[in-house]
Design a protein around this ligand. Structure first.
Ligand SMILES: Nc1ncnc2c1ncn2[C@@H]1O[C@H](COP(=O)(O)OP(=O)(O)OP(=O)(O)O)[C@@H](O)[C@H]1O
Length: 268
């Protein structure tokens, strides 16, 4: 099956089972959400998929091939990731930050331009145009020449997203894209996420997010983790109606129908 397959992945940190036997697929053209209370294992799962953490057991497949991700080679594999903290280079302009995201996918590219390699001018111009295009699509082109620390947080998040997208990934890993954003920023973000699978360079999305409205709005499927285990999977409506999900979030056997699922454990 094309796309990403997570097969019975477990991760143990010393005595702590951070993930246990977690399986699911991210098919091309889909937006998949990973939710769960604090400490459920969401970040660990992202770290496995991006190669920062090796699974203790289980495996990954990417387009039906065994996949052993390396954080520094993700772009080559067709994946990109945004971080919870935006992680922009403070001394590079917004535009240069985005260009860095595309540099690995070009023959010479930005690095070549920096080091004056032959043939890099054209690549650099193309990369610059692509980076500007993405800043424009994310409606932050006017900040292209600004340094990130001088910009509002929501703008920085959009720049970080542009940096991930400029490499034209086939799978985008989004780590809490709504974190720190105001209500007015959520609808544009949702629109962008929904647009990615059907864009000219289709990109499926795996999303970790605490903001439940966004998850339910943009995801085709949702995987629910609790204490490292997958406790539910299905469409947003299916997981919302699943009593095990309400129990995980609310800490008691309560009927979920019609109730808001809160965002952290009841005992925290
Ligand atoms: N490097 C590590 N060493 C030891 N324990 C870790 C490490 N990383 C995560 N953990 C533990 O693994 C469990 C899962 O953590 P993880 O950060 O993946 O959860 P999460 O669902 O992302 O939580 P949150 O929503 O709070 O970000 C937690 O108990 C956490 O303390």
């Amino acid at each position: 099956m094309p796309g990403l397959a997570v097969r019975a992945v477990s991760v143990r940190f010393g005595g702590l089972q951070a993930l246990e036997d977690v399986s699911f697929d991210v098919l091309p053209g889909s937006v998949v959400g990973v939710i769960g209370p604090n400490g459920a294992g969401k970040t660990t799962l992202f770290n496995v998929i991006s190669g920062f953490v090796a699974p203790t057991a289980g495996s990954l497949e990417w387009d039906d091939q065994p996949f052993h991700p390396r954080p520094d080679r993700l772009v080559d594999a067709g994946l990109a990731r945004t971080l919870q903290a935006v992680g922009l280079f403070p001394r590079l302009t917004a535009l240069e930050n985005v260009m860095v995201g595309g540099a690995r996918s070009r023959r010479a590219g930005f690095a070549g331009a920096l080091f004056g390699l032959p043939g890099s001018d054209r690549d650099e111009r193309r990369l610059r145009a692509d980076a500007l295009d993405w800043l424009g699509r994310l409606e932050v082109a006017e900040f292209a020449d600004r340094l990130p620390p001088t910009l509002p947080y929501p703008v920085q998040k959009r720049i970080a997203l542009a940096r991930a997208l400029v490499s034209r990934p086939r799978l985008l890993l989004l780590d809490e894209p709504a974190g720190g954003l105001g209500a007015e920023d959520l609808e544009p973000l949702a629109r962008l996420i929904r647009s990615l699978p059907g864009s000219d360079t289709p990109c499926s999305v795996l999303l970790v997010e605490h903001h439940m409205d966004l998850v339910m709005d943009v995801c085709d499927r949702v995987v629910v983790l609790d204490f490292g285990k997958r406790i539910a999977t299905g469409t947003p409506a299916e997981v919302q109606a699943d009593p095990a999900v309400a129990t995980a979030y609310l800490g008691a056997d309560v009927p979920p129908a019609g109730e808001d699922v809160t965002l952290s454990r009841a005992d925290q």
